[in-house]
Design a protein around this ligand. Structure first.
Ligand SMILES: Nc1ncnc2c1ncn2[C@@H]1O[C@H](COP(=O)(O)OP(=O)(O)O)[C@@H](O)[C@H]1O
Ligand SMILES: [Mg+2]
Length: 651
């Protein structure tokens, strides 16, 4: 929940000069204006006391962008106070905005919000310069992609031991509502949501971790269900963090966990080693005060920061992840989402199971999403954990498809036969339904093309029907990866405005989505709505063009990512045909993996490097030696690892 405190400065002095009736009329008018603005941003006024006001964003109804709504609202309030000073009695306002957990409580017979978040919010407000909006750290982290801030010295607040970091919001920099807020509501899935809620209640009541895996084929709605569930929890103040595995070895080692840690700690891919390490250390100290430096260093190795040196034993390494997660959980119920686990490396799977078994006395739900293939590569997944459940996602029923399709096609002429076709052809797959509806609404679609019958075929048809410019931008983007950045699109014949228009148009068609957080500072990050769309688009790019695009991507990322993204770079250089550079990055990624005890990954990565090398190459012998060491260690690690699964225990 994000809270907003506003206060009319100099009110008491003013009120003394007015008769009581005029004074009341003045505050009434002022808070009336403010109320309209708060309403417009979906916030709620919680209380008004004379010259002060508190509003909440995210309770009782939560939106994923509540912090941003609150800051936009605050800036508009200040704007309004300057533009229409008579509505505010020509008084200046101070505003403080803060994000975190709050509790609802009944105070003096009225419902209100209490807790540290609100206390700090109120103090931020009283420390704000006249006419300014001062925000706390969580608000800042959640909105810095959309708002320009000026740093101020940390505040020493009365009654708090530690200083509080604060920023002044200067102006909004991103267009509002760039991301469609009106996503269609979820269809069906009541039973699955029920199962998730039951697990969650147990986690919270018993303060014990639980591992849940949603399993189903691509497009069936795993991500949608997870989002729906997580959003419903945020209303109760649960914390969530999200990490995702990618195909094609775009992330190495504990990739998705690393991403999750970076999100929580506010580390950008563009941060250099020292900056990233210091962010990690600060956040770790907040979560787990007084923890030994060794743990912070180990977590740095685990998430792939290149600053750590020397060998770290595996227990310390995994222990650092556990301490971090326990730190998160000790501040309140937490959900950690691991998406697309079928692409995770063995090391990440091991880490997730290990944490789910070892994390203690904190309410943490590990929510993992995977295609059924996961169980082929890892038959024992979750087996033997004291609390594990699998939630399979099957096709939507014919009635549900009908409901969904009718909503999507509302306003389309002759929708009936299409809906009928969908119910028969889509096999209950919502992605199929959406893409077919999208295809039907493209004006340039080939009307003689027969109705496609597989999800990939429907996506291909949809891409074929796109206007040429959009299609080109999309194909270019597909080479960069699941996520791409505006600056990484090499569109020499499109002006910047045209490129923006193309991206907007793709977003309006819900083919790509602009991310709220960019991992590359000062560039906009986008991702494909679904991996299958990316995959089909990529397969459409002619082979010769691919090489060149991969090269462009590698050059962009080399420049942007301060050397951290080695796995991605290895991938792009290899696909660009530059084996020499690919080997360099493969070895570097392999070394990183080896240092972080992802020994089997290291073995695999060195193997890929060897496959690209000429036996006469001077590096050949050395890499073979490293591979041999990694293999020995991999076998060793299995023997040496703490006994994770009580394999003999009954399920
Ligand atoms: N139950 C549902 N109701 C409405 N839309 C859904 C539902 N399930 C999935 N979708 C939509 O279908 C598309 C594919 O779903 P997604 O969750 O990405 O699939 P998965 O993660 O299983 O591959 C998404 O655009 C999603 O919004
Ligand atoms: Mg998904």
């Amino acid at each position: 929940v994000t809270v907003l405190f506003a206060d009319l400065a100099g009110w008491t002095a003013r009120a003394e000069t007015l008769d009581p009736e005029d004074a009341r009329a003045l505050v009434d008018r002022c808070w009336q204006r403010v109320g309209e603005i708060v309403d417009g941003y979906g916030g709620t006024i919680v209380s008004i006391e004379g010259d002060g006001m508190m509003a909440a964003f995210g309770a009782p109804v939560s939106h994923e962008d509540d912090p941003e709504r609150a800051v936009r609202c605050a800036l508009e309030m200040q704007h309004c106070a300057t533009e229409q000073p008579e509505d505010f009695g020509r008084l200046a306002m101070r505003i403080g905005v803060n994000t975190g957990e709050v509790m609802f409580a009944s105070v003096g017979g009225r419902q209100t919000l209490i807790g540290d978040t609100t206390n700090t919010g109120a103090r931020l407000e009283s420390s704000a310069p006249l006419g300014a909006v001062l925000v706390g750290e969580e608000t800042y982290l959640a909105t810095r992609h959309a708002v320009r801030y000026e740093a101020v010295d940390p505040l020493r607040l009365k009654g708090k031991e530690r200083t509080v970091a604060a920023w002044i919001a200067v102006e909004v920099t991103a267009a509002a509502g760039h991301r469609p807020l009106s996503e269609l509501t979820i269809v069906g899935r009541d039973a699955e949501l029920g199962a998730l809620r039951t697990s969650w209640e147990r986690v919270v009541d018993e303060r014990r971790p639980h591992l849940v895996t949603l399993i189903g084929p691509p497009g069936i709605g795993k991500t949608k269900l997870a989002r729906e569930f997580v959003t419903s929890l945020q209303t109760d103040g649960a914390r969530t963090a999200w990490g995702r595995s990618l195909p094609y070895g775009e992330r190495a080692g504990y990739g998705a966990f690393g991403q999750l840690v970076k999100d929580v700690t506010g580390i950008y891919e563009t941060d250099d080693g020292a900056v990233a390490s210091s962010k990690l250390a600060t956040r770790f100290e907040e979560l787990v005060p007084g923890s030994p430096e060794e743990l912070v260093t180990a977590l740095g190795v685990l998430v792939g920061l290149e600053t750590a040196t020397g060998d770290i034993d595996k227990r310390t390494l995994f222990g650092s992840a556990r301490a971090f997660v326990e730190g998160l959980g000790s501040h309140g119920p937490t959900v950690l989402v691991f998406e697309d686990l079928q692409w995770a490396d063995a090391s990440l799977l091991e880490l997730v199971e290990w944490m789910a078994a070892r994390v203690q006395d904190v309410p943490v739900l590990f929510l993992t999403l995977a295609r059924p293939e996961l169980l082929e590569v890892r038959q024992s997944w979750g087996g033997g954990l004291a609390s594990y459940s699998a939630v399979p996602l099957g096709p939507l029923s014919a009635t549900e498809v009908q409901v969904f399709a009718s909503r999507l096609l509302a306003g389309t002429e002759d929708a009936e036969p299409i809906i009928e076709h969908l119910v028969r052809a889509a096999a209950g797959n919502p992605l199929f339904v959406e893409e077919l509806a999208g295809w039907m609404s493209e004006p340039d679609r080939d009307p003689d093309r027969p109705m496609p019958t597989t999800v990939s075929a429907i996506i291909a048809a949809r891409l074929d029907a796109l206007p040429a410019k959009l299609r080109r931008v999309l194909l270019d983007a597909s080479v960069i990866g699941e996520t791409f950045w505006r600056g990484s699109l090499n569109a020499p014949d499109l002006g910047p405005a045209e490129l923006d228009d193309a991206l907007d148009a793709l977003e309006a068609r819900e083919i790509v989505r602009r991310e709220r957080h960019s991992r590359i500072q000062d560039d906009e990050e986008y991702s494909f709505k679904h991996v299958l769309i990316r995959e089909v688009a990529y397969n459409t790019v002619p082979k010769a063009a691919r090489r060149e695009r991969h090269r462009d991507a590698a050059i962009y990322l080399e420049r942007a990512s301060s050397g951290a993204a080695t796995a991605v770079l290895a991938h792009h250089w290899r696909e660009a045909g530059d084996h020499d550079r690919a080997v360099t990055y493969l070895v570097r990624t392999g070394d990183q993996a080896a240092r972080g005890w992802a020994k089997s990954e290291a073995f695999e990565l060195y193997g890929q490097a060897i496959a690209l090398l000429d036996p006469d190459d001077e590096r050949y012998a050395d890499i073979r030696r490293r591979r041999a060491v990694a293999r020995t260690m991999a076998m060793h690690a299995v023997l040496d690892a703490p006994t994770l699964r009580r394999r003999t225990a009954p399920r």
